[in-house]
Every structure is written in C-alpha cells, then in structure tokens.
Design a protein. Structure first.
Length: 276
C-alpha cells in the first residue's frame, strides 16, 4: 500500500518511522517547506507544496497513492481542507468548497485519515483566557499585562502584526526560524525548536519579566512545559483556539497507534473506521 503522510509534526514523523517497517507499505511524507532546516522523517520526503487541490489530486494519481494521512499541525487548516477536497471522488471540483459536497467514499476517492493530537485542557491552578484568533489574543494579552512588563508570544514567526502596535510592553517572541512579520518596537526574538523543560521555561519567563503567555492550542507533550511554568509562576495564559473545520472532518485518531491499526485494516481490504 502506498501511503502519503501530510507532515510537519512530531506525530507525522513517528507515523513515518512506524510505516517504513511495515511490510508491503511505501511511505512518502510531504512538508510545506516553511522551516529552513526541517526534522526529516523516515522514508521518502517531498517538500514544497502541491499547488492547491488540483496539484495534490494529480500527485495522488501520478503516485498511485492508496491512503492519505493528514498529520499536519492542528492550525494548518488550509492543507487539511485541500486534503479533503483532493481525496474526494473526481468531478467534485478543484476547490475545497465544491469538492466537500461530494461523497467522500465514492468511486475514485482516496481514503483520508486524520491524525490530530488532542488540545490542551486547563487544570487546577491554571488561569487561561481563550482567544478565537491572534488579533483577539493580542488584545487580551494587552489587557492582562501591565505596561512595562513582558508578554511571551509562542505562536510562531508569522501573523505577529497584531502585537506590533503595542509600544508599552516588551515582547519575547520564540520561533523556529526568524520572524518575517512586522514586530513590536520592544522585542526580543529567541530562536529555538525545543524540546523544552519546565525549569528552562520558568527561567526564561523570569529573566524577561513575563506576565502573560500567549500560545496556540497546539496540544502535545513537546511544548507543554511553558504551560506548567506559567501555572507555577501564577501567570495568565492566552490560549488561541484551533481553527474550526470549514467542511466535513475525516475520520480522526488522536495517536499514531490508532492510525496504524486503521491503515492495517485498509490494507486488508476493510474500511478506515473511525475510533469509537
Ligand atoms: N500552522 C502552524 O501553527 C504550524 C505549527 C507547526 C507546524 N506546522 C506545519 O507547517 C506546515 C505549514 O503549516 P501552515 O499552517 O502554513 O499550512 P496551511 O496554511 O494549512 O497550508 C498552506 C499551504 O502550505 C502547503 N502545505 C501545508 N502543509 C503542507 C504539507 N504537509 N505538505 C505539503 N504542502 C503543505 C500547501 O500548499 P499547496 O496549496 O501548494 O499544496 C497549503 O495550501 C504544515 O505542514 C504544518 O503541519 C504548522
């Protein structure tokens, strides 16, 4: 079975590592190419995008892909919508809105499975403030952080403009690659891809006099230490909600083991039944 993983996450790499050892399976992982020096998965890698829904559909056909696993980051909503559209039966249009109207299991479709880690949930001692997007998060952070103090922004190197108009607070911005967006006048950029420890995050928050943490609800263990550190220091957290799906959501598993079992079921001629 030829499997395409839409990657860019730890889970995608773990799945690729498991699939290369699976008898009779050929695995290709695709990456958007946003990160300068990406952690490469096992198996074949293609980098740079497909050129929209039509490009992805052509790729699936040319490679004879028999199953697609969307293991992109929970905030990569465009890629996920493109996957739904491209895996739908032919004749349902080359744009997500048109294709989503089709029967996802009709003739000529490609089975699509989604691997999405669960979001984080607050526990005792957490002071979380939900924001629907980054502009709302920037407003909330300003309201929560006294002038002259620090805001720790861990939402990535893009879409930082909503923070840039604030002249009164210091922004500690952490990203894997240097930000390309306009930045607030008072800022420090830290380039780091983790993994992070609670001790390290606590030291960082203290060193920059941080009073508010801003994060996407990415979920997972790799970047959770900042939330533990914020709780320990009694700091509020502005949590940016995951984007809502704009169409049908494919069968979704929260972990690699579930997707592996579903792929084995598919290879044996069954259906990729979603978890109970
Ligand atoms: N968004 C985040 O916060 C975040 C965080 C960590 C990692 N990532 C990873 O970074 C990548 C880009 O994220 P994004 O939010 O910019 O995506 P996006 O907005 O959903 O997608 C924009 C375009 O990037 C290309 N693309 C995205 N993911 C791809 C993949 N896995 N393989 C091939 N092409 C891909 C596609 O280009 P074409 O239309 O040309 O095919 C897509 O239309 C994803 O792989 C994601 O898993 C994202």
């Amino acid at each position: 079975m030829r499997v395409l993983i839409l990657g860019g996450t730890r889970e995608a790499r773990d799945l690729a590592a498991a699939l290369v050892d699976e008898p009779g399976v050929t695995v290709t992982t695709s990456l958007a190419g946003r990160v300068r020096d990406p952690a490469l998965p096992a198996g074949e890698t293609v980098i740079g995008g497909f050129g929209g829904v039509a490009g992805l559909r052509a790729f699936l056909r040319a490679r004879g892909i028999e199953a697609v696993v969307d293991a992109t980051h929970p905030f990569a909503a465009t890629m996920s919508a493109h996957a739904v559209a491209a895996c739908a039966p032919p004749g349902h249009g080359d744009d997500p809105a048109g294709a989503l109207a089709g029967d996802p299991a009709g003739p000529g479709s490609v089975p699509l499975l989604q691997l999405t880690r669960p979001g984080w949930t607050p526990g005792p001692g957490d002071d979380w403030h939900r924001a629907r997007d980054l502009p709302a998060a920037a407003d909330r952070a300003r309201a929560l952080c006294p002038p002259g103090r620090g805001v720790f922004v861990t939402t990535g190197r893009r879409q930082l403009a909503p923070f840039a108009t604030d002249r009164d607070r210091h922004y500690l911005i952490r990203a894997v690659d240097p930000p390309t967006d306009v930045l607030p006048p008072r800022h420090t950029v830290v380039l780091d891809r983790g993994p992070y420890t609670v001790d390290g995050e606590t030291r960082l928050l203290r060193a920059h006099d941080v009073r508010v943490l801003v994060t996407k609800d990415s979920g997972g263990a790799l970047t959770v230490a900042k939330l533990d550190a914020a709780r320990t220091l009694g700091l509020p957290v502005v949590m940016v909600d995951r984007p809502a799906a704009t169409g049908p959501v494919p069968p979704t598993w929260p972990d690699v083991a579930g997707v592996l079992a579903a792929l084995r079921g598919l290879a044996a001629g069954g259906q990729a039944a979603p978890p109970a």
